[in-house]
Design a protein around this ligand. Structure first.
Ligand code: SF4
Length: 271
């Protein structure tokens, strides 16, 4: 098996929540090659809607950057195409989104409201830019940045709850700066996913301290590298610290739940 030594910036926040779940979701081939089984999982509708939202925003900001006309209908067209592709092999629905029409409407209006609030003020110099940095020991840190301005990184987030993503933004800042770009600020623009019978809330902008975020990213990827190397040497799942108290410790969200790779979670016995 070819060893995968790429660490994705977008993985950094989830490692602190459960390192073992991160390994099972992001590097399943390596886990299975070591002799462990994992559950096959469909993606969540929340993730599909997030991707559909990004598709509309990417198209709009790319049009702006290239001085092309932005068609209002493009948000729905991009959302529909992206979501149909994301769910074609199955999806896990949830209470906020129970069918595909609702999913397309939610992605469309999430993108639209971000565009309405921030379309005029964001000035992209690069869209969906993939950047990498050498982080030693044979590993590469790789980030996919939604929008880079002259001196700021902008990331779009969606979901029913806004998470804390400091390590991800530290990672973006590191890969951008190591490729010669200036980063004076990092901004997260969040659009909340709510049921289609409710009004779409206004998006929010959250800024993160760059120095602190970069430290968080470095501390986390240093542990990821060490854990991966220890697993290759010992083949022991316990090199990845489990967190059975995580809100995502369930058969719906974790490929390791109920498998030989993790026995740390609650295992209620039938009466
Ligand atoms: S089952 Fe729970 S503790 Fe085990 S890897 Fe998954 S989330 Fe972590």
């Amino acid at each position: 098996m070819t060893l995968n030594n790429i660490i994705r910036v977008s993985d950094l926040p989830s490692v602190a929540d459960c390192s073992r779940r991160w390994m099972s979701r992001s590097r399943p081939a390596e886990v299975k090659a070591a002799g462990f089984d994992l559950r096959e999982m469909s993606s969540s509708i929340g993730a599909a809607i997030g991707t559909g939202t990004h598709a509309g925003l990417e198209n709009a900001f790319r049009s702006k950057m290239e001085a092309r006309v932005i068609e209002v209908e493009s948000f729905r067209e991009c959302a529909a195409e992206s979501i149909m592709e994301s769910i074609k092999d199955g999806v896990i629905w949830d209470d906020a989104t129970t069918n595909v029409d609702a999913a397309i409407t939610q992605a469309t209006r999430q993108a639209r409201i971000i565009w309405d609030y921030f379309g005029d003020v964001i000035e992209p110099v690069a869209i969906e830019e993939r950047l990498s940095a050498d982080i030693g020991d044979g590993f590469i840190l790789r980030g996919h940045i939604d929008v880079r301005e002259a001196a700021r990184v902008v990331d779009f987030k969606t979901g029913t709850v806004q998470r804390a993503n400091q390590p991800q933004y530290g990672g973006y800042s590191l890969v951008a700066r190591s490729n010669g770009h200036t980063v004076d600020a990092v901004a997260e623009i969040y659009s909340k996913r709510v049921g289609v019978t409710r009004d779409q809330p206004a998006p929010t902008l959250t800024e993160y301290d760059i120095a602190e975020s970069e430290i968080a990213a470095q501390e986390i990827y240093t542990r990821m590298k060490a854990d991966i190397l220890a697993f290759r040497e010992r083949g022991d799942p316990w090199v990845f610290l489990p967190n059975p108290n995580s809100m995502n410790c369930s058969e719906n969200y974790c490929p390791a739940w109920g498998t030989s790779f993790c026995r740390a979670h609650k295992q209620p016995k039938a009466k």
